[in-house]
Design a protein around this ligand. Structure first.
Ligand code: ADE
Length: 230
C-alpha cells in the first residue's frame, strides 16, 4: 500500500513513520509513505501557498493552484483510491474507517493549515474528509499521522501476530480486556487467577466478560446498534 501525504510542514511527518511498527511495515515493503512538500508546487514568489480570504476575516486560506498542481502531478503516476482531506469538520475517524481504508492500494492525504483550503479543492478533488476528533489541531499533519498509523498496522503482515489486531479495542464494537505480565504478584497485587490456570476456554470467557463489562462502564454507546440487546 502507498500513502502520499501533501503538507506545508513535511518535517512534522518525519518521525511518526521512522520507528517501531510503521518502520517495520516500510522495511517489509508493505507500506510506503511519501511526504510531499506543497511549496514545491507553487508558482508564486517566495514559495507562497496561502492568501487572505475573499470577503475578509482573520486567517489565511491555502490557495487552489499549488494544491491542484500537486494533486494532478501525483495523480499522473498513481491512481488514488481516495483523496482525503484532514479537517475538523470531516467525518469522525474510527476503527471501521481504518479497516475500510487498509484494504485500499493508494491513498492521497492532504493536510490543511491556517484557516483551511480553498473550498473548490474540496468540491472537485477530495473524495473523503476525515476528522480525528472534536478538537482543532494547528494543522492536518498529526491527524494524517494518526490515520496512517491506524491504517498501516492493519495491513496483513505488518503486525507480528496477526491475531493481535483482531483483539484490539473497537474491533468488535468492544473495548479490549485488561492484560497482565510478570511478576505474578507485585506489592500484594495479584494477577487474576483464571489467567494463571492454563484453561484456555475459561480465559477466553473471562476476557469476553471483562471486555463487555469495560465497554458497558466506559463506552455504552458502542453497545448500541448491533450489540444493543446485550
Ligand atoms: N486539522 C485540524 N484539526 C483536525 C482534526 N481534529 N482532525 C483532522 N484534521 C484536523
Amino acid at each position: 500500500m502507498k500513502i502520499d501525504i501533501i503538507s506545508v510542514v513535511p518535517a512534522l511527518l518525519e518521525s511518526p513513520f521512522a520507528h517501531s511498527i510503521m518502520k517495520r511495515a516500510s522495511d517489509k515493503g508493505l507500506l510506503q509513505v511519501n511526504v510531499i512538500n506543497l511549496r514545491e508546487y507553487t508558482t508564486y514568489t517566495r514559495a507562497q501557498v496561502d492568501d487572505y480570504q475573499f470577503g475578509g476575516g482573520a486567517g489565511m486560506v491555502m490557495m487552489i493552484e499549488p494544491l491542484v498542481n500537486a494533486i494532478e502531478s501525483l495523480q499522473k503516476n498513481t491512481p488514488y483510491d481516495e483523496v482525503i482531506f484532514l479537517t475538523p469538520d470531516g467525518e469522525t475517524f474510527n476503527q471501521k474507517m481504518a479497516n475500510y481504508l487498509s484494504l485500499k492500494n493508494n491513498l492521497l492525504l492532504i493536510c490543511g493549515h491556517y484557516k483551511g483550503i480553498d473550498q473548490r479543492v474540496r468540491d472537485h478533488f477530495i473524495t473523503k474528509e476525515i476528522s480525528i476528533g472534536d478538537y482543532v489541531l494547528s494543522g492536518g499533519e498529526l491527524a494524517a499521522a494518526v490515520v496512517t498509523d491506524a491504517i498501516g498496522r492493519l495491513i496483513p503482515g505488518v503486525l507480528n501476530n496477526e491475531t493481535s489486531a483482531l483483539t484490539d479495542s473497537f474491533q468488535d464494537n468492544l473495548l479490549s480486556a485488561p492484560v497482565y505480565t510478570r511478576p505474578e504478584e507485585f506489592r500484594g497485587w495479584k494477577v487474576p487467577e483464571v489467567l494463571m490456570g492454563g484453561n484456555h476456554a475459561k480465559i477466553e470467557a473471562w476476557r469476553d466478560e471483562q471486555s463487555l463489562q469495560r465497554t458497558k462502564e466506559r463506552r455504552p454507546d458502542l453497545l448500541e446498534g448491533e450489540l444493543g440487546e446485550l
